[in-house]
Design a protein around this ligand. Sequence first.
Ligand SMILES: Nc1nc2c(c(=O)[nH]1)N[C@H]1C(S)=C(S)[C@@H](COP(=O)(O)OP(=O)(O)OC[C@H]3O[C@@H](n4cnc5c(=O)[nH]c(N)nc54)[C@H](O)[C@@H]3O)O[C@H]1N2
Ligand SMILES: Nc1nc2c(c(=O)[nH]1)N[C@H]1C(S)=C(S)[C@@H](COP(=O)(O)OP(=O)(O)OC[C@H]3O[C@@H](n4cnc5c(=O)[nH]c(N)nc54)[C@H](O)[C@@H]3O)O[C@H]1N2
Ligand code: SF4
Ligand SMILES: [Mo]
Length: 738
Amino acid sequence: MSPFLERLSELPLLSLIHQRDGKLTRELLLEPAGNGLGQLPSRQLPDATTTMVCGYCSTGCGLKIHLKDGEAVNLSPETDYPVNLGMACPKGWEALTVLDAPDRAVTPLLRNADGQLVPVDWNTAMNEFVSRMKWIQQKHGAHSIAFLSTGQIATEEMAFLGALAKFGMGMLHGDGNTRQCMATAVVAYKQAFGFDAPPYTYADFEESDVLVFVGANPCLAHPIMWERVMRNRRSPEIVVIDPRMTETAMYATQHLAIAPKSDQTLFYGIARILIEKGWVDQQFIERSTEDFEQFAEFVEPFSLVRVAAETGLRAAQLTRFAESIHERERTSLWWTMGVNQSHQGVRTAQAIINLALMTGNIGKPGTGANSITGQCNAMGSRIFSNTTGLLGGHEFTNEAHREKVAKVLGIDSSRIPTENSWAYNEIMEGILKGKIKGLWVVCTNPAHSWINQNLARDILDRLDFLVVQDMYHSTETAQRAHLVLPAAGWGEKEGTFINSERRFGVLKKVRKAPGTALADFQIFKLIAHYWGCGQMFKDWTDPAAVFQIMKELSRGRPCDISGIGDYRFLNERRGVQWPYPSDSIDDREERRLFENGKFFHANGRAKFIAEEPRPMTELPSEKYPFILLTGRGSASQWHTQTRTSKSAVLRKLYPEHPFVELNPADARDLGVRPNEWVTVQSQRGELRAMAFLTPAVALGIVFIPMHYEVTNRLTDPVFDPYSKQPSYKSCAVRITPS
Ligand SMILES: Nc1nc2c(c(=O)[nH]1)N[C@H]1C(S)=C(S)[C@@H](COP(=O)(O)OP(=O)(O)OC[C@H]3O[C@@H](n4cnc5c(=O)[nH]c(N)nc54)[C@H](O)[C@@H]3O)O[C@H]1N2
Ligand SMILES: Nc1nc2c(c(=O)[nH]1)N[C@H]1C(S)=C(S)[C@@H](COP(=O)(O)OP(=O)(O)OC[C@H]3O[C@@H](n4cnc5c(=O)[nH]c(N)nc54)[C@H](O)[C@@H]3O)O[C@H]1N2
Ligand code: SF4
Ligand SMILES: [Mo]
């Protein structure tokens, strides 16, 4: 039996670093499915159940909601949903609990002359919103107001926000937190495949012979996807490429502890080995790709010696990795933020795509160059948010696309911008330069999550009018707002999410929102009315009606969903993956793209794209000798913690205060003892954190989870040139005992 299978029975769902008696410890919880964590004591006996998808990560698990008189009283993972097969992680189990919290925004809040946020009614809030935004537009031009949105509201809500802001209110600039997250994958796929199209289905986790995880820690970040990996019965080789010995790496058969940001070099080196040995799929290359010859020439200088030196890996590790891909039939390559959040994210992602293309590992079971999305509806924002792309997988710069969208929506095509929006970082710069004066922030918390926080907060504070639409009034961004609009959250409204494997899942209203909080959809409707463009959205009566509009928008595009009936249809089918066009219905429950070897470029071919790797922008120096990586800290913390910190169960599962992972040998040199408070400084800011000594980080590398308000004080505002995605995972810091 393979060592992997031998260990299967002892594989944990959760590995936790948490605080016990003031000390940080790492513990493994050995209970996979249905561990009962945080199951609510039934307040009342339920009399019915309904199924909907979870509102945290992009896995998109199905949750069975137990109802009493139509209101949720409890939940459990859905056993009959093709995504999670009866499993859920702690966040899912606790999803209802966090809806009750004393800091829920229950009424609009307006900042008064004394600088206090005071409750006002919706009429006042709407009049204020409209008059101040319009006043700014009159004074500084139509494009002086902008919005920042999210990957965590329903697709129908995203479509409404994007259409309202751009076609109704005349904005040009609007971007989302998905820029922090998925932008790199979007650009990489568009350039390589001709459309932003993650090709896989989750069954691929179970059907691969070799699974390669690059800059991904699914054990924490996508625990139920990881459970799917654990169900793989093909004795898979699991290759984890991560500078840290993460929870995921602990279960790898090959852990490549790569030097930060050297992945691109690594994959060019692997490509060279595969070419040199003739381990490529010549037939697939000839039939389905272009530019392979140039690529083969390009990787020539990436010799074993060079690649080993630049990645910090041993030559034997590189050859073994290449051999695994060759020897086993099916290889799937999965990447997440360790790739996307980099100064050269796009080319790194494409270096991964190139490996899949050259070995023919795409369009077949257990294969693929697979970007895992982050938020529950990151995919929705890619297709329908009207931010980087025009509604329904279209382009703003394409006249035929604009005409089509205008026709479906029954609007004049002159209302559709002919140019692309500024990216998130350009919007922030626009504020700094006084070009943007009004900002509408919906379902994201930039005063915690944006890079280089000291500057980010200064920028937000320069706005003439900052509106924050959130479930909680206590978020770091809401606290700086002039106007807070109280939003209903997951479980309190309807719509759809699209998960990582392109599956539409349904959201339901199983709770009343507190106070006068409204679903984002209703807020957009109100704003359209007060703005005076309600007529434009007269058919946008409710999310179900907008879903029908979305179907028409998508018609004929690679993401065509015109064959999906309605929400009931989605329920009955237990979610449906795009595409699902009305004229060629393929009813299989698990579908992958490119099965016919045809890609979305006009000539049907995928492109090999490569470029010389560039050095990291901020290298360690004598003054700042460590490289700081940031990312997810536990399965129980979600981003800026506005939601997860509201559950007592989840709070027990992670350290309350910031901590920094530090190699014991580095700690010895610095004179830092375990659990001691240290100061971490970069050129841009500093924070205090508790030292967690662990060999999981190599010498010279430290790690701090992103969930703490202070983390982004340190990060360096560097962006991938093609995707404009921030490089959150490398900057130089120093550490001093404090
Ligand atoms: N519990 C929980 N789950 C989540 C989230 C959450 O906040 N909490 N957020 C969701 C979202 S929006 C996202 S985007 C995903 C993120 O999911 P992941 O990307 O899996 O999580 P991260 O921890 O951000 O980054 C993954 C790994 O990248 C590594 N890394 C850093 N630099 C490099 C590098 O140069 N090369 C390589 N190969 N690796 C590198 C880090 O050490 C880290 O272990 O998680 C989703 N799931
Ligand atoms: N240093 C560092 N920084 C990072 C990262 C990293 O790895 N390292 N990762 C980046 C990534 S990948 C991401 S995705 C971002 C995430 O960054 P953010 O988007 O800022 O994080 P969240 O905490 O998810 O913010 C969502 C907000 O929406 C609110 N909310 C939840 N549901 C609803 C709803 O239905 N309606 C409305 N109106 N509001 C709602 C929540 O209360 C919360 O305030 O962080 C990025 N920042
Ligand atoms: S793995 Fe993701 S989708 Fe599934 S229960 Fe956990 S947070 Fe929800
Ligand atoms: Mo993300």
